[in-house]
Each structure stands twice: as structure tokens, then as C-alpha cells.
Design a protein around this ligand. Structure first.
Ligand code: ZN
Length: 59
């Protein structure tokens, strides 16, 4: 499960990468969804290469 953000309306939701909706659940447009999994404070994923500590996350 990963965290996604609609680039149109900013709506965020959880989904598996291979089961992303074609249309945004919020605005209904065919949006580009940005993977923001490790860019939220609740992120529990391990900090991989390229992780920016300024963004936040759990230690
Ligand atoms: Zn949207």
C-alpha cells in the first residue's frame, strides 16, 4: 500500500501501485498521481536512498 496524491486537486489516498484508479476519487479527472509515500509524517516505510530527512518521517 502506498500513498498517492492527485496533481490536480491535491487529494491523497492509499492504493497499491498496480491498482491505481484511472480517475481521481476526488475530482474525477484523469490525473497524474504522485507517489508521496515517504513524504508524509505517517510514513512507516524504511528510509531508502535519496530520503530527505527535512521532509519528516519516523526514525
Ligand atoms: Zn483529483
Amino acid at each position: 500500500m502506498q500513498k498517492w496524491k492527485c496533481d490536480q486537486c491535491g487529494y491523497t489516498f492509499d492504493a497499491y501501485a498496480d491498482k491505481l484508479p484511472k480517475n481521481c476519487p476526488s475530482c474525477g479527472q484523469k490525473c497524474t498521481f504522485l507517489n508521496v509515500t515517504c513524504y508524509i509524517p505517517e510514513c512507516e516505510m524504511p528510509k531508502g536512498p535519496g530520503f530527505d530527512p527535512r521532509i519528516g518521517g519516523k526514525d
